[in-house]
Design a protein around this ligand. Structure first.
Ligand SMILES: *[C@@H]1O[C@H](CO)[C@@H](O)[C@H](O)[C@H]1NC(C)=O
Ligand SMILES: *[C@@H]1O[C@H](CO)[C@@H](O)[C@H](O)[C@H]1NC(C)=O
Ligand SMILES: *[C@@H]1O[C@H](CO)[C@@H](O)[C@H](O)[C@H]1NC(C)=O
Ligand SMILES: *[C@@H]1O[C@H](CO)[C@@H](O)[C@H](O)[C@H]1NC(C)=O
Ligand SMILES: *[C@@H]1O[C@H](CO)[C@@H](O)[C@H](O)[C@H]1NC(C)=O
Length: 948
């Protein structure tokens, strides 16, 4: 057999002129390197029997047979792996560690096994688990460190199946964004390992969230993005990319490796749907053909290889010819050989269906579908994939940003698991900060995923899906010594590592441990969402979200706590003096009662019978099952009400003109400032979900770059702007963003502010100058905040006025907390879990376990009025959870009474809103735990109760 006709090489065509220039350059480079090249060639192993006709000698025959065996072998651990005493990743000098008295969730027996006992780590592996006999301690490799867990929860280190850590390192700068190739949609020959930066602040931050191993994938702009890589996050003594790789495939060394080895798994990324469509202006049919054409090229070579190996194995050496191979297609050939764990980014049923067809046409398995928004609607089709149903890697509730994600559901993890399909929660870091992957599992559990599967979804299930389940994702003898000691139950809100081990090496130096409420040590009992989950399937992802409105008399029984606002405008707790019962059922005898008429509370009492009288009629009696009533929350920080599907312009109000760009602001707008209230849309899914989540007021400002416009406050449950109470306050604040991401300079933007405020200010600018409405400056950067504080003093001095200013975002505010306090400037912080996404916001205060303090604590200590917001419309519904995570991190600095003010009264104060009066009733828990669910909104102003 002679050389093979391969598919067309996908390089860009060179014009004749550039070809000539290219040839000339090559000539000079080649001639100058000639000496070096000849030296180099001396060291290269001559490839055996390439295109010679003489018969093969015995060494060559053995090599050939080994290569064929290797080509056809299934990857996996080498023989004897499970009984290893020392890890290939062991770092000399690492002491053995004995963790005593732990509550160990080990990931075994489908995630149902919990052991109370000890764990011994030695040689980078788990040496013993449960009862550790003293005799074992005698033959350790070196010193022994003893860690007393005092009963704390211990789990395997978190495995993130989908991350772009190190390929898109933080803080994000344009010089190191190596996730997507812009050259062509099909790139099986690219390897993410070539772009893995060794400096990424995420390594340390994600370890602080308990993440120990991640699959780094290429981006999704390409249909075939290339090979992914599996890494461990710890710093290595070598400081190299290579030393971070976990079981690196031998193919990374080219084709000249020992073919008697058991192959290791390779990892690859594919993507379908909107991303490759958007970037390469190809439609879904083009994408599908791109895949088929590529796989056809690979298949032809694979078939030739198989024929070659059949001949060799039959001893037909004479006719053998040359080993058919192609550096371009060899990775896809390995996909066809079932040697690659394929991760396919794919949302909609139409795309999933296409990939399932592709797997049958070319006969290869898919390891996991990612994002996979509609997988829960087509579980049977997933099971028809060649080789069986892939694992499904999901976000907990990050949906609706794109059209193809619109039908994504928080109930997908539970629905898929009920169909027996493995579920993985993943970060897609930096889309979700991978430090918060635990939070994704906790939310999946909240929305109904079985606790054993929820913990497995970030440990053993992703490890299995990546072909690494023989060494990571579980705690068992012979497994890698990767584990986390938690400060609370690993499915509780805000669970934080007390210590993290990777390869037996403790990762946190002097970790700060917050003290969690006792109830957080227990498994959080989630609400029952059976009806919601069933409705989600029935309505194909778009179940109706409008609650039912009642105006009459409603009674709430079995109420455990009731918080309301006090005279001073600070949320005050009026709590029934019941013990902190944790997950214990509150019986009808002990539960309190609250009676509401026309949305207003007319009676509340501690005991059964204190309000409810048998001779009264109620339109509804709502059993809160030990739940709670507390003030409704306010959301700020997103385009809620102005944006429904972010990436679909017609679903949004759209961006405002930038005075600095193009021809500036068109004359038809004169000097008018754009008002968000003119672009409001009601009834959007994120908006209604916020309402159902107890977040009844939203403040949104127009989107834009520097000059944004006037924000508005609106009711998230309203049907339209003309409904009474729909617009809570039309003109709230004037918003600007000051940022080095915009043109022109930051100093020009500040200069423009001086002009707008001091040179005959008009309209709302005059109101800002007069202190009638606040100026909200969106920035993360402490230097910009300092400039604004100087500007405030300067303008106030010039105009003799008093400006109301707040910073929004404000990730670096803690650096000048004292000065912000002295200047009387407010701060709305978001996200509450800081992350150095950008250079101008990189100086974060990470909080426990890395630092004791958090930005919120620093600011409050300096008497700054602090509120918190969220960064994304889908998160508005989780404002209570976000608040709780922030409050838990303050280790008691913020008490329960003060906590609510960060999302109620403090926001009202900073934005000049009247005190709200909506209340929310939660069944089974409070706004602050993963047991409660809002079941009613009590609107005193509207005179109604909305029942979910
Ligand atoms: C077999 O041939 C290779 C060259 O293809 C040579 O390097 C090797 O020494 C030979 N081995 C034997 C045992 O003759
Ligand atoms: C784990 O779950 C699988 C699939 O549901 C089942 O076949 C298996 O028997 C279970 N294993 C154990 C140890 O429970
Ligand atoms: C383990 O820790 C718990 C919690 O601190 C404690 O109550 C218990 O006595 C400890 N058990 C042992 C065997 O030390
Ligand atoms: C590649 O070769 C080097 C040097 O022989 C070796 O240290 C390394 O482990 C090999 N890598 C792989 C992935 O096989
Ligand atoms: C904050 O306010 C309190 C009470 O008014 C005062 O005692 C304290 O000194 C203030 N702290 C700072 C840092 O200004």
């Amino acid at each position: 057999m002679k050389g093979l006709a391969l598919g067309p090489a996908r390089t860009e065509p060179a014009s004749n002129q550039s070809l000539i220039i290219w040839l000339f350059s090559i000539f000079f480079v080649v001639s100058s390197l000639f000496l070096w090249i000849s030296e180099y060639e001396l060291n290269v192993t001559i490839r055996p029997f390439s295109s010679h006709s003489s018969p093969l000698n015995s060494t060559e025959k053995e090599f050939t047979l080994n290569r064929c065996r290797y080509a056809r072998a299934t990857p996996g651990p080498p023989p004897g792996f499970q009984s290893r005493k020392i890890s290939d990743r062991f770092v000399q000098g690492t002491p053995a560690v004995l963790i005593r008295n732990a509550t160990i969730w080990n990931g075994l027996r489908n995630g149902t096994e919990v052991i109370e006992g000890d764990v011994l780590l030695d040689g980078g592996v788990v040496k013993a688990l449960g009862y550790v006999p003293d005799a074992l301690l005698d033959d350790l490799r070196g010193d022994l460190v003893i860690e007393n867990a005092n009963g704390a929860w211990v789990t395997p280190g978190i495995v993130d199946l989908h991350s772009h850590i190190a390929a898109a390192p933080s803080p994000g700068l344009s010089g190191a964004q190596d996730t997507n190739s812009r050259k062509s949609p099909i790139n099986p020959w690219l390897r993410i390992v070539d772009g893995l930066n060794t400096h990424d602040e995420t390594y340390e931050l994600s370890i602080a969230g308990g993440v120990t191993s991640v699959q780094v994938l290429p981006g999704s702009a390409n249909s075939i993005g290339g090979l992914g890589a599996f890494i461990k996050l710890r710093q290595t003594p070598e400081r190299t990319t290579f030393s971070k790789l976990l079981e690196p495939p031998y193919e990374l060394n080219g084709t000249h490796f020992d073919h008697t080895f058991t192959p290791r798994w390779r990892h690859m990324k594919h993507a379908c749907g909107e991303n490759p469509r958007r970037v390469y202006s190809q439609n879904r049919m083009d994408s599908a053909w791109g895949f088929r054409e590529a796989y056809d090229s690979a298949r032809k070579i694979k078939e030739a290889q198989d024929a070659y190996c059949d001949a060799a194995e039959a001893g037909s050496w004479k006719a053998l010819g040359t080993w058919p191979e192609s550096l371009q297609w060899e990775t896809l050939i390995d996909v066809l050989r079932g040697k690659v764990k394929l991760s396919v980014h794919c949302y909609e049923a139409v795309d999933l269906d296409m990939i399932v067809r592709l797997t049958h046409e070319f006969q290869f398995p898919v390891a996991s579908f990612h994002h996979a928004g509609e997988t829960y609607l087509v579980p049977d089709r997933l099971k028809q994939a060649w080789g069986g149903a892939p694992a499904i890697a999901l976000f907990a509730s990050n949906f609706r940003k794109k059209r193809e994600a619109y039908r994504g559901s928080e109930f997908a993890p539970r629905i898929l698991s009920e169909h027996g399909i493995p579920v993985v929660m993943k970060s897609d870091h930096p889309v979700i900060n991978s430090r918060l992957l635990q939070n994704e599992a906790a939310l999946a559990h909240y929305f109904g995923l079985h606790p054993a599967l929820a913990l497995s979804s970030i440990t053993s299930t992703p490890a299995d899906a990546a072909g690494l389940g023989h060494r990571i994702g579980r705690i068992s003898e012979g497994y890698d010594a990767d584990l986390v000691i938690w400060d609370s139950h690993p499915l509780s809100l805000g669970a934080t590592p007390k210590q993290v081990f990777i390869d037996g090496i403790a990762q946190l130096e002097n970790p700060h441990v917050s003290h969690k409420p006792a109830s957080f040590q227990k498994y959080p009992r989630p609400p029952n969402f059976d009806k919601e989950a069933a409705d989600t399937v029935k309505y194909e992802g778009l179940p109706p979200l409008k609650p039912s409105r009642k105006e009459g008399r409603i009674a709430f029984v079995n109420v455990r706590s009731f918080y309301d606002r006090s005279e001073e405008g600070v949320s005050e707790l009026i709590s029934f003096p019941l013990p902190d019962v944790g997950v214990t059922e509150v019986t009808a005898e002990t539960g309190g009662e609250v009676v509401v008429e026309h949305g207003e509370i007319i009676c509340y009492g501690l005991q059964r019978g204190s309000c409810l009288a048998s001779n009264q009629l109620y339109d509804e009696i709502v059993d809160l099952a030990g739940g709670s009533i507390s003030p409704a929350l306010i959301t700020f920080g997103t385009s809620l009400g102005l944006s429904e599907i972010r990436l679909e312009p017609v679903t949004n109000d759209g961006p405002v003109y930038d005075p600095f760009i193009g021809n500036g602001i068109p004359s038809v707008l004169k000097d008018r400032v754009i008002a968000a209230s003119d672009g409001l849309q009601f009834g959007g899914r994120n908006t209604l979900l916020a309402y159902r989540g107890g977040v009844t007021t939203a403040i949104s400002s127009p989107s834009g770059s520097f000059l944004r416009g006037i924000s508005t406050a609106f009711n998230t449950g309203a049907d339209h702007a003309l409904e009474p109470g729909a617009i809570v306050k039309d003109t709230v604040a004037l918003h600007v963003s000051v940022s080095p991401h915009f043109t022109p300079s930051v100093s020009s933007q500040i200069a423009a502010l001086k002009t707008l405020l001091l040179d005959d200010p008009v309209r709302e600018w005059k109101d800002v100058l007069d202190g009638v409405i606040p100026l909200i400056v969106h920035t993360d950067n402490a230097d910009i905040m300092a400039s604004i504080i100087r500007l405030k003093a300067y303008v106030e001095d010039e105009a003799g006025s008093n400006l109301q200013i707040s910073f929004a975002g404000a990730q670096e505010a803690h650096l000048i907390a004292k000065e912000i306090g002295e200047a009387g400037v407010g701060v709305i912080i978001y996200p509450v879990s800081p992350f150095p996404h950008y250079w101008d916001g990189r100086r974060i205060l990470p909080g426990p376990p890395i630092t004791r303090s958090t930005a919120i604590v620093n600011l409050l200590q300096n008497n700054v009025t602090v509120a918190i917001g969220v960064t994304d419309e889908y998160l508005a519904r989780h404002t209570g959870f976000e608040l709780t995570r922030a409050v838990l991190e303050t280790d008691g600095f913020i008490n329960k009474k003060q906590a609510l003010s960060l999302v109620t009264t403090n926001i009202e104060k900073l934005f000049g809103l009247e005190a709200g009066s909506d209340l929310v009733a939660y069944r089974g828990g409070e706004y602050s735990d993963l047991s409660g669910v809002p079941v009613a909104i009590l609107s005193k102003k509207g005179g109604f109760v909305d029942l979910m």
